[in-house]
Design a protein around this ligand. Structure first.
Ligand code: G16
Length: 541
């Protein structure tokens, strides 16, 4: 039986950089998930449609899946394809949406944010192209949450999501599918699996830290079962509702176990980590960390070595705060380059229009036109394919890259859980300062331009304003500051720092030292300590 449950609008159901993310108890609160889900189904007009559903397995994932399924049936959806156990990595969900030509999908994840009864939960909608809903769609969903008076619910028992197969839920088809197999098959079409098998057979050693999150089953199947990497290559391989207490954010701070191993005696040849929902990646060589901005540039310069990209790239896109290292490769290759706001959703139009093949972000995201999300394991496999083809170490490949293109020293400093008012006041003061900055000298560097980044989408001409403050210097250095759109507690200030060394000298400094004057300039221009009371970042990438 279908009932309409009376409800009232709940304040604050506004999706951020990537869907709606809140503390788990908030999501589990009365009507909270139901209201947002109804808003999604109203905006996408669920009747008669087919959707994909899955999540990263965090606490409340299984219960939320049952609620969303009952509401999908009550709203007249024709069919929902669900990952077994309600599990799907974000890139695998994107692939299933595309493969089955569905009308979109709902992904339950708060990505790299910790999971558990007191941690974070999230829900986002992906479009029929497999990519995150663009701003005008998420805005419409938000508007709908402000006027809801009821939601539609089917009264029914739980669907068995643990067994692959088809069932009926109030007239709606539920297809439970293996979460890994279609994704693994896609990877086989892009990369030289025989060469990768030969690499591992030759004694190549790798460590992949799945951080007790969703990538475990995908990495075990592909790296260990299909490519023959030794058992145990993937660590923390079983997804757990609380990620085993880990903070599943693959950066040097949170993936410290992997970092310690890769920097230590007898380190493996290659290390990698992925995040809660499997779309982020961190890549580490023996004794050398690869910044995400450099990773994108190296992948762009070498992608043609993998079969799926042998025909070359149409173009490369990066988010504005990402370093310009990839731009230098695009210029050298004579291909298009694009600079978008933070958020994978901004790459969708460029990918759909065939303007770019590779995309990347400083926030440990890299991907290509194979899906419409960033893809952690894909990036790891592309690196492996390049290592197999070039027969060099990660350090040698990076060294060659910098010698060819120069080095964009880069780091991001995060200041977390600042009171929202203080962070807003600091950003407002900084914005007021911008018009007067060009020509001013700070730390021996001259400011040439300062603005608040605005983006006009080259495909649909939509404009996104206030996407981050940029301060550019005459020597190519750059400061970017913006507030995170994915946090769930107060404000997170992100300070992005960049300095270019043309080479061939000055390429092997410690990034924090090379960036020291830029860091000091950022703190003084933003009056960071005065506004926030902070002097040292919580996370350095
Ligand atoms: C999301 C977005 C990314 C973005 C990142 C950080 O990643 O998909 O495009 O770069 O958040 O955003 P912010 O700086 O606003 O916190 P994920 O992996 O969390 O979905």
């Amino acid at each position: 039986m279908i009932t309409t449950v009376a409800t009232q609008p709940i304040a604050g159901q506004k999706p951020g950089t990537s869907g709606l993310r809140k503390k788990t108890p908030v999501f589990m609160g009365r009507h909270y998930l139901e209201n947002f889900t109804q808003a999604i189904f109203d905006v996408v007009e669920a009747k008669g449609k087919t959707f994909v559903l899955g999540g990263d397995g965090r606490y409340f994932n299984d219960r939320a899946a049952q609620v969303i399924l009952r509401m999908a049936a009550a709203n007249g959806a024709a069919r929902v394809i669900v990952g077994q156990g309600a599990i799907l990595s974000t890139p695998a969900a994107s692939h299933l949406i595309r493969l089955n030509k569905t009308d979109g999908g709902i992904i339950m994840s708060a990505s790299h944010n910790p999971g558990g009864p007191e941690e974070d939960f999230g829900v986002k909608f992906n479009m029929p192209n497999g990519g995150p809903a663009p701003e005008h769609v998420t805005e419409a969903m938000y508007q709908r949450t402000t006027e809801l008076t009821g939601y539609r619910m089917l009264e029914a028992q739980d669907v068995d999501l643990n067994t692959v197969g088809r069932s009926d839920l109030g007239g709606m088809i539920v297809d439970v599918v293996d979460p890994v197999s279609d994704y693994a098959a896609l990877m086989e079409t892009l990369f030289d699996f025989p060469a990768l098998r030969a690499l591992f057979a030759g004694g190549f050693r790798m460590r992949m830290d799945a951080m007790c999150a969703v990538t475990g089953p995908y990495a075990v199947e592909i790296l260990e079962n299909r490519l023959g990497a030794p058992k145990g290559t993937v660590t923390h391989a079983t997804p757990l509702p609380d990620f085993g207490g880990m903070h599943p954010d693959p950066n040097p701070t949170w993936a410290h176990e992997l970092m310690a191993e890769m920097m230590g005696e007898g380190a493996p040849d290659f290390g990698a980590a992925s995040d809660g929902d499997g779309d982020r990646n961190m890549v580490v060589g023996r004794g050398i960390y690869v910044s995400p901005s450099d990773s994108l540039a190296v992948l762009a310069a070498n992608a043609h070595l993998a079969p799926g990209y042998a025909r070359g790239l149409a173009g490369v896109a990066r988010s504005m705060p990402t370093s310009a290292a990839a731009d230098r490769v695009a210029d050298a290759l004579g291909i298009a380059k694009f600079e978008t706001p933070t958020g994978w959703k901004f790459f969708g139009n460029l990918l759909d229009a065939g303007k770019v093949t590779l995309c990347g972000e400083e926030s440990f995201g890299t991907g290509s036109d194979h899906v419409r999300e960033k893809d952690g394991l894909w990036a790891v496999l592309l690196w492996l394919n390049i290592l197999a083809a070039r027969k060099q170490s990660v350090a040698e490949i990076l060294g060659d890259h910098w010698a060819t293109y120069g080095r964009n020293y880069y780091s991001r400093h995060d200041f977390e859980a600042i009171t929202t008012e203080k962070a807003d006041a600091m950003m407002a003061a900084l914005r007021d300062l911008l018009p007067g900055l060009p020509g001013r000298e700070v730390e021996g560097m001259t400011i040439t331009a300062a603005d608040d980044f605005a983006y006009t989408d080259p495909v649909d001409a939509s404009v996104s304003a206030k996407q981050g403050v940029r301060i550019l210097f005459a020597d190519g250095s750059r400061i970017v500051m913006r507030l995170s759109g994915t946090g769930t507690e107060g404000a997170t200030l992100r300070v992005y720092l960049e300095r270019y060394a043309p080479g061939p000298d000055g390429l092997d400094h410690d990034p924090q030292q090379a960036l020291a004057p830029v860091i000091r300039a950022a703190h003084s221009l933003a009056r960071l300590e005065e506004f926030t009371g902070r002097t040292t970042p919580d996370v350095v990438t």
